[in-house]
Design a protein around this ligand. Structure first.
Ligand SMILES: Nc1ncnc2c1ncn2[C@@H]1O[C@H](COP(=O)(O)OP(=O)(O)O)[C@@H](O)[C@H]1O
Ligand SMILES: [Mg+2]
Length: 314
């Protein structure tokens, strides 16, 4: 047996998902297998310094002391390929997808082009850059920021007035707007994980937001009891199989690595893909850990598998 790997569990970061990332990071730090790894919780502060306990280190050189970075960041910077390219530059292995796949996965517009090309179906959608408004549209529609996450900025739109307000808000945040057909169907999400080079699909989860949430919005995602997440989803075996194959196809279409989670809407017989999450949440309540557990994999084993599969890339 070799020595234990020294792992930086990196969380926090400059994005709006700072708090969620802290939860993912702390959870990974708590359950990582200490027989195999020597973990340190490293918090990336909003000013880009690294906090380890009471110690502050500069970014990124403070990461050089580690064998591998467990990337528990979410959203802008950590999930969009920027951190990945910095770690590539200073030659530190990290978990998850590479720079290019992370960049494409964070860009919902580019992702759609890749999904289309691989034969997956996306809700019909259009892109609106600053100051471009649609002419004639039929409501309801979904408006979302091109590079968002955690449902931040996603709105169900019923009127021209609401559309204008939502567009202005997204533009003000510096992003483009994607306007999509509202799929009034069931929402399902599927995690995949690579094991010895093979992509394995986890059990399908159905998401049922509680009544006062019209869709899986920020509150429904993060407030306990605001949505039911049913695993395995109460759907036919054939639909579950189709969804699992679609999640593997989505993972491949963006050339993702190690693990990802794809969000789908199902209406009638049709499966629509919404997005691939290249760094899905790893908190106590997150979806991939729940699906892994339903498949008989403990959270600690999931983390071990993520690290092992990631290191195969380096
Ligand atoms: N076209 C759509 N039709 C119906 N609901 C949608 C649509 N797009 C998004 N949603 C709802 O909004 C949520 C967030 O959208 P998503 O595209 O997954 O972005 P995020 O990256 O913020 O999770 C979804 O989980 C779903 O509940
Ligand atoms: Mg989503």
């Amino acid at each position: 047996m070799g020595r234990k790997l020294i792992v930086a569990v990196l969380c926090g970061g400059p994005s709006s998902e700072y708090e969620v990332s802290l939860n993912s990071g702390r959870n990974v730090f708590k359950f990582i297998d200490r027989k195999k790894f020597l973990p340190t919780l490293v918090i990336l502060q909003k000013d880009f310094s690294l906090r380890i306990g009471s110690q502050t280190l500069p970014f990124p050189s403070g990461l050089r002391r580690f064998d591998v970075v467990f990337n528990a960041l979410h959203g802008q910077f950590g999930e969009d390929g920027v951190l990945q390219s910095i770690l590539d530059l200073i030659r530190i292995p990290y978990t998850g997808s590479d720079t290019a796949s992370s960049f494409i996965g964070m860009d919902k517009w580019l992702s759609k082009l890749f999904f289309n090309k691989s034969g997956l179906v996306v809700p019909s959608s259009r892109l609106f850059k600053q100051k471009e408004f649609p002419e004639k549209v039929k409501f309801p529609l979904v408006a979302k920021p091109r590079r968002g996450g955690s449902s931040v900025g996603v709105e169900l739109i019923y009127s021209r007035k609401q559309l204008k307000k939502t567009f202005e808000k997204i533009w003000k945040s510096g992003d483009d707007v994607i306007l999509e057909r509202y799929i009034r169907g069931r929402e399902l999400t599927v995690g995949v994980i690579e094991k010895k080079g093979k992509i394995i699909s986890l059990p399908v989860i159905e998401i049922v937001p509680k009544k006062r949430h019209k869709f899986f919005d920020y509150q429904a995602k993060y407030l306990p009891g605001h949505s039911d997440e049913i695993v395995p989803a109460p759907i036919s075996r054939s639909l579950a199989g189709r969804l699992q194959r679609s999640a593997i196809q989505a993972h491949k279409s963006l050339e993702c690595s190690v693990y990802s989670r794809s969000d789908f809407m199902v209406l009638g017989k049709k499966i629509y893909i919404l997005e691939v999450n290249t760094l899905p949440g790893l908190t106590q309540n997150s979806l991939v850990p729940k699906a892994a557990q339903a498949a008989g994999m403990s959270f600690g084993d999931l983390i071990t598998l993520i690290i092992k599969s990631s290191l195969e890339r380096f």
